[in-house]
Design a protein. Structure first.
Length: 110
């Protein structure tokens, strides 16, 4: 799973044609440590090459966190063709993320 910084974000997320699940986290965050294995498992079992999963450490990338209004972590933002499709603040059940990803995959691009 890619761990992105400001330099790679444009190419890997904003320029990507498809769905990107971005996990904004920090190493010291307890709920982030609960969410990470769930996101990593979805990444490993993902068969759709148009869907990818990445992580952004907010401590090391405060500019990116600010750009997308990340005030609380964990925050998962799902991008579709470089635009925000939906976001979830805090930890949700795995099926919530799976359903949100399915909706993003099947949504018409704007």
């Amino acid at each position: 799973m890619l761990n992105l910084n400001q330099d790679g974000f444009q190419k890997e997320v904003l320029d990507h044609k498809g769905v990107v699940v971005v996990d904004f986290y920090a190493d010291w965050c307890g709920p982030c440590r609960m969410l990470s294995p769930m996101i990593e498992e979805m990444d490993k079992t993902n068969k759709d090459k148009n869907v990818k999963f990445v992580k952004v450490n907010v401590d090391a990338n405060q500019g990116l966190a600010g750009l997308f209004g990340v005030m609380s972590i964990p925050t998962v933002i799902i991008f579709k063709d470089g635009k925000i499709f939906t976001q979830q603040i805090g930890v949700a059940p795995k099926n919530f993320y799976e359903e949100a990803i399915k909706k993003a995959v099947t949504a018409k691009s704007s």
